[in-house]
Structure formats: structure tokens, C-alpha cells
Design a protein around this ligand. Sequence first.
Ligand code: SF4
Length: 345
Amino acid sequence: MHDTAFMNKKILCGLTVEEMFSLIEPAGFERRHALFIANAIYKKRISLLTRLPKISKALIQFLDEIASAGLYNPKASEISADKAVKYLFSSPDGKYFETVYMPDNKRNTVCVSTQSGCRMGCPFCVTGRYGYHGNLTAGDIINQVLSIPEAANVNHVVFMGMGEPLDNPGNVLQACKILTAEWGLAISPGNVTVSTVGITPGVKSFLEASECNLTISLYSPFAMERAGVIPAEKRYPAAEILEMMRNYPKRKKRRFSVAYVMIESVNDSDRHLEGLKKMLGGSGIRVNLLPYHPVKNNVYASSTAEKMQHFKHELVTSGISASVRKSRGADISAACGLLASGFIK
Ligand code: SF4
């Protein structure tokens, strides 16, 4: 269903300040006015243009006729035992997607979706089973940070919700630009992470055009095994992408990492450990070890906590930075690979 309030109007959330300026310049307004608008939407989260502060009546009237702020609230929410909150959004053009807010002392993270569903077809992932219902716009992505009730507390953003971010690179890069710009949400690029299964052209443009962090989901250091769980491996081998990350000039605050979801008796053997060491040794790429969340009609289980610690210890002692990450929101289907199994079926 389409939201008629946004129809035929230019949506401002998702535009850069320069794009806002080109919208108002023909009517005689200046760049400083575009900065006021960006400030009101991205910092003050004002959803009604008639409430924009510090702006002349003429500009308010002009904007109100041609544009909409483009902010819209979630339709539903669910809270987990560990205080993660999952939100269901429906975009103005009727696409459904989910967002997860994860508070953790001073680190408050929003996990955003970049597509409604996903077309990568990874067999273990519930989001993939939902099918592909289209790309989200940069405005839809930014709105997930601005329109949750905890928006004022957010200081980290991860692109790890529904969809493969680098299958929608234009909107993801635009969203990263707005999240990190001074005139935008002004979040440090070191606090924004894009997580991908690895789409080589998308990785290349992301490395060049953004300062944000990049994580690749690995599942196995062996190409044939990986292709069985991540079909994208056949076209875009992880080894090729890791080589690009390894050779990319390092910047102080930018982190490159591998997400390794550990599945008992599938990818947690000594052979896998040795494969990881061989693949990542000397690369400067860190490893995040994550528990696997069993999904319905699936025989797999997570590796034990002891096995995960063993992997961490072995990687660290061979010179590879590694950590065991806890997973949040599993009880409300808000953890990695589980989105679209709660509100959306
Ligand atoms: S794991 Fe990621 S890329 Fe694969 S189907 Fe799920 S959302 Fe898509």
C-alpha cells in the first residue's frame, strides 16, 4: 500500500545538502537554507516541514508545496530479553523491512536493512527465504536511524539487517555519506560498518568512495564449501575480496573484518582453523566469531562456547585479531539471519 502523504513530492530525507540546495536554488534560496533544512531533518528529526525552525515563511511555503521530510515511524516493535528492540517498517511505496536497536552501555547500535528481503539465496538465512521485494532508498535507510524512539542515543550503525548492502551500492553509499557528514548525522565513519557476503564491484566502489568499516561474511575458508552456503562465492570469490581488502591502503580508524558464524561439526574443525590462519595471517583483517542461530527445519546447531574460545585463542596467538561476539535479540528473531521470521513471513 502506498502512503499518499509522500506521493508526487520530493522526499528530502536521503538527499545530500548539495541536492537539497539544487532543489531550492531555482526559487532564489541560498546554500545556507539547504544547511538549515539538513540540520532540521538529520539532527533535529523534524518530520513536518511546516515546523522547520529558523527558516523564512517563503521557504517553508515553497518546500511544503514540492517536498516532504520523508520521515515515517515504525509500524510495530518487539523487545527481547536482552533489551534489543526489533522494529517493523513499511516504506511509503509499500516495502516491508525490519530494523534492530541494540543498547549496550555507551555503545548504542542500530542494525539497518538495505533491501526488503534479499536475492542472494543463502540457504541458512530466513531473510533470503522471504524473497526479494526491492531495494530501499537512501532515505528509507536513514529513516531507520532517525525514526526509532531511541534515535537520540544512537552512536553506531551496522548495515547487517535485511538484504545484501552491496547489491544496492548506490543507496548504501549515499546513506553512509549522510550518516557521517557534518551536515548529516555526524556519526564517525569508524562507527559505521557495512556487512557483505562479498559482491566484488560493490566492494571496490565502497572501498574507494567511503571511509566506513567493511565486514565480509565468510562461513568457510574453503571456496567449494563456502559456495554451498553463500551462492555469491561462485561469481565473487571471497579470496579475491579479501585480497582487495588486504591491499587497500590502511586508514587509522577504518576497520576491515571477517564475520565467521560458527556451526557445530560444519565449519569448526581444526582444518577450518588452519584454513582461517592461512587465509588471514598478516592481512590486518580481524575475525569476529559469532554463534549460529538455528532456524526452523534446519539440523544445524551453534558451536559450543568452548570451541569458539578455542578458535579465538588460536587465531590471536598466531597474530590475527579475533573476538567472540555475543548475538542479540535471538528470542524475538532479531539476530543475524533471522530477520523476516517475526513480523514478516
Ligand atoms: S545471509 Fe545476507 S546475503 Fe545471504 S540471503 Fe541472508 S540477507 Fe541475503
